[in-house]
Ligand binder design. Structure first.
Ligand code: NIG
Length: 405
């Protein structure tokens, strides 16, 4: 089955050449993009969709969420808006609610959140464990997540649960808990922060998870300067997320990790570095300074934007809100912000490249052979995402070639 999407006013490919085409068309065959170019040259197809002069982007790639949870933290949010500051301790409240919720309800809640994200243009999504914090509940969080989202990250090292010694808990995270989640996850993460895991504990977690064959990511430098970015670069993590408080040395280390990269993909390109993932909705909801996205880009760091959807610090799955904020307040151009929310997320998940032969398809950009993850805006250009803040602009969504909205 082939579908031609034609009469596209602006096609923002976010491909290697950063092409933006006017009066364009895209041919989808099955789950893959088969052709793109000027609408006047489009090949025949089984069916045709008139984009009506709208803008087409890659679907959002949300590379940082925490969707496996139950419960509500409205009271904590209200206290924060009244002047309290955020602390990692709130994670324990969600852990209690999550542990006492059935598999059925946890799955239903996660599916609802995933559907909400897709309806807003997200076509590829990562989520983390981290509200189980014991072997049984981390394993079931990972198992449930693996049935709902595209990529699962093990975050047993989110908070030391009440009543446990930090060293003893780190041993558990690196041993029996890791073994229990391993069949369901591709990534591991650690909350390396004051009030969560210190440098030595984070190092042990990263080492054990790397030894188990997992890709790495780090929650780092969210609440203050610290070792998170340094550790992420040292361990060759795919991303370090939050990055609100950076020293000059942190920015240099991130930039140096990309120094030899030729812009190519992980299959044909040179060694890649550590993506800095900015989470602007979280920064606003916790009243932290926005991550220095402009400075990082100018230093040569590859950037991702993600929603960080979770009940504590960022209860939104709106990638459009993140893009709007990145443009209006972090001083990214629209093209840079959309790139960070599509290609950048894919790079943070190691999914920016694929193999057209065996079906390991790239996401986050519109190019022949890539997964047909497409987001049609109800606007003639992507600029409207920032020009019309708060307006729901998603008109249609295709996920792996299937119309999802
Ligand atoms: O990414 N920072 C750590 N983890 C989440 C927040 C978790 C929570 O407070 O429930 C985050 O912001």
């Amino acid at each position: 089955m082939s579908t031609l999407i034609t009469n596209i006013a602006e096609l923002m490919t976010q491909d290697r050449e950063h092409r933006v085409l006017k009066n364009a068309a895209v041919l989808v065959e099955g789950e893959r993009i088969a052709w793109l170019g000027p609408a006047a040259d489009a090949p025949a197809a089984d069916e045709s969709v008139d984009a009506g002069g709208r803008a087409l982007l890659p679907g959002w790639v949300d590379s940082h969420t925490h969707l496996i949870f139950a419960g509500d933290r409205t009271a904590e949010f209200e206290a924060r808006m009244a002047g309290e500051s955020y602390s990692a301790g709130g994670i324990a409240v969600t852990t209690g609610a999550t542990r006492s919720t059935s598999d059925f309800d946890l799955t239903r809640l996660a599916m609802g959140r995933m559907a909400e994200a897709v309806s807003q243009g997200t076509t590829y999504l990562e989520t983390k464990t981290g509200y189980g914090l014991d072997v049984e509940n981390e394993a079931r969080s990972a198992r449930i997540a693996s049935t709902v989202v595209d990529e699962v990250t093990y975050l047993g090292a989110h908070l030391v649960p009440d009543g446990m010694d930090a060293e003893e808990y780190t041993e558990l995270v690196c041993g029996p808990m890791l073994s229990a989640v391993r069949p369901f996850v591709r990534w591991a993460d650690v909350f390396c922060e004051r009030g969560a895991f210190d440098e030595a504990q984070s190092r042990r977690v990263l080492q054990a998870c790397r030894d188990a064959g997992l890709g790495l990511r780090v929650h780092g430098n969210q609440l203050g300067e610290g070792p998170g970015v340094r550790l992420a670069v040292e361990f060759g993590a795919a991303s370090v997320d939050h990055v609100n408080y950076l020293s000059a040395a942190d920015v240099e280390a991130l930039a140096a990790s990309w120094a030899g990269w030729d812009g190519g993909d992980s299959v044909t390109g040179t060694a890649r570095g550590t993506v800095a993932t900015c989470l602007p909705a979280c920064d606003l909801s916790t009243r932290q300074p926005l991550a220095p996205g402009r400075e990082l880009l100018d230093a040569g760091v590859q950037l991702a934007l993600a929603s960080n959807c979770n009940p504590g610090t960022s209860y939104t799955s709106s990638m459009a809100f993140c893009v709007t904020t990145a443009v209006l307040q972090m001083r990214l151009s629209v093209h840079e912000a959309v790139r960070a929310a599509t290609y950048g997320g894919a790079l943070a998940l190691g999914r920016e490249s694929g193999n057209d032969v065996d079906g390991e398809r790239a996401v986050g950009s519109i190019a022949v052979g890539h997964r047909a993850d497409l987001h049609l805006l109800n606007a003639p250009s992507a600029t409207h995402l920032a020009y019309r803040p708060g307006i729901p602009l998603t008109h249609a969504v295709w996920r792996a070639g299937v119309r999802a909205r």
